[in-house]
Design a protein around this ligand. Structure first.
Ligand SMILES: Nc1nc2c(c(=O)[nH]1)N[C@H]1C(S)=C(S)[C@@H](COP(=O)(O)OP(=O)(O)OC[C@H]3O[C@@H](n4cnc5c(N)ncnc54)[C@H](O)[C@@H]3O)O[C@H]1N2
Ligand code: MOO
Ligand SMILES: [Mg+2]
Length: 408
């Protein structure tokens, strides 16, 4: 140590709160319901119809008056049938039944269904082996939803069931939030695009593509600004290309080296710096500010640091811009498969594999090497094990928070 006080590092949760404080959804547009999956609703949706629109049978069988079958020696005359799409138009008289199928309207006067498996039929006469209670196997009108019911809330990212529901309630077009355009700028004299000729000291740029995938997964549109060299002029020119984007994400050049110029150049262009350097590993040099109202997130260049900051900050920020509520990525609990040492002042996100014990408990095995340049290891990781700042040593078997990186 040289005796200097260490640079203060902002706690992860505070950094996220400060980021969210500067973000608001980016406007709305109307889309046909059939193209609304993956979009975020800008308003609540209410039903324009009632489902089912009539009392309906839930089973294939016979519509009856329950009181007629209180005595199982009773015989009922089958006087017609009700199918889905074509109801039996008369009313049921005492001592009669109507053949009915799943989803078909209940005939007037009937108040129960007997399953066909519980019926003996001879010609047009049935006897029941079970006495149904009144209301049995009937779906009352409006069981699913009624006209005017609020069926979906603003802020919901629409999935498959939601799109089917939009169809069912006849919400033919819906207001959704615009997809935010996120400009991504890679920086570094050493970088070349994948597939391009390169010299012996050059590195293939990878972060843009991982970040773009995270942007899309969060509901945004990635705009690739390419690679800027490590000079003020190159960075200024490339940053100008971000004009019109809803957010700028820079990659690399975020630390303290002589060629780490992203922060100084952005500040020179008028960026209001909100924070730089957070108590997180990987991802310490994370930077955030606003440039002419546009949020700018500066991610560190190490590939794992970039993508972990993408998971923890860029993704949630884009979800917010896309209309979802502000929230941290959800964690789960798992048991550690190995001992861990004491943690320092940075919240640690350890790459780990996951397995399941016989009782279903998740077991997390942190990889022994955690270098933030090791992209292949990140790709093999199922989850990040979260270690709070100054966590005491942890023993195998202890419960920890994990951040899943893939569906488990
Ligand atoms: N003296 C100090 N040195 C460093 C500190 C520190 O606090 N004091 N912090 C370290 C930490 S932590 C990190 S993380 C890195 C962050 O580095 P930068 O954001 O400045 O990134 P670069 O210097 O541009 O590059 C670092 C590394 O990553 C590779 N890289 C960069 N961009 C890409 C890309 N788009 N695709 C693939 N690989 C990329 C680059 O080639 C370098 O190898 O700083 C530490 N240093
Ligand atoms: O924060 Mo750096 O991301 O530790 O490697
Ligand atoms: Mg650097």
């Amino acid at each position: 140590m040289n005796g200097k006080a260490p640079f203060p590092l902002l706690p992860v949760a505070e950094a996220r709160a400060r980021l969210f404080a500067q973000l608001a959804p980016t406007g709305t547009e109307w889309v046909p319901f059939s193209e609304a999956d993956g979009r975020v609703l800008a308003s609540d949706v209410t039903a324009n119809r009632t489902q089912p629109p009539f009392d309906a049978s839930a089973m294939d069988g016979y519509a009856v008056r329950a009181e007629d079958l209180a005595d199982l020696s009773a015989r009922l005359d089958v006087i017609g049938e009700s199918v889905a799409g074509q109801r039996f138009s008369e009313a049921l008289r005492p001592g009669t039944a109507v053949r009915i199928f799943t989803g078909a309207p209940m005939p007037e006067g009937a108040d129960a269904i007997v399953l066909q498996e519980d019926v003996d039929r001879a010609g047009d006469v049935i006897a029941a082996r079970e006495a149904p209670a009144s209301g049995r196997w009937i779906r009352p009108a409006g069981l699913d939803f009624k006209t005017g019911d609020r069926v979906l809330r603003a802020g919901t990212r629409l999935g498959a069931a939601d799109v089917a529901l939009l169809a069912s309630v006849e919400a033919l077009s819906v207001p959704v939030h615009r997809r935010p355009v996120v400009a991504i700028l890679a920086t570094g004299d050493e970088l070349v695009r994948p597939g391009s000729p390169r010299g012996p000291d050059q590195i293939v740029a990878s972060n843009t593509y991982g970040l773009a995938a995270q942007v899309r997964a969060a509901g945004g549109i990635a705009r690739d600004l390419g690679i800027a060299g490590d000079s003020e002029e190159a960075l200024q020119a490339a940053i100008a290309d971000a004009a019109g984007a809803d957010m700028l994400v820079t990659l690399g050049g975020a630390s303290v080296g002589d060629r780490d110029l992203v922060g100084p150049v952005l500040r020179g262009l008028g960026m209001t710096l909100d924070f730089w350097k957070i108590a997180m590993r990987p991802g310490k040099p994370l930077m955030f500010g606003t440039l002419g109202g546009m949020p700018v997130l500066g991610l560190p260049g190490n590939p794992v640091s970039s993508l972990v900051c993408g998971t923890l900050f860029a993704g949630p920020a884009i979800r917010r811009l896309a209309g979802e509520p502000a929230s941290a990525p959800a964690t789960l609990r798992a048991r550690l498969a190995a001992d861990l040492g004491e943690n320092d002042r940075r919240e640690d996100y350890l790459r780990a594999s996951l397995t399941r014990e016989e009782d279903g408990t998740l077991l997390a095995t942190p990889f022994p090497r955690q270098d933030s340049s090791m992209l292949a290891l990140l790709s093999r990781a199922d989850a990040l094990v979260v270690r709070p700042p100054h966590a005491p040593p942890a023993r195998a078997g202890e419960a920890v928070d994990i951040l899943p990186l893939r569906a488990i």
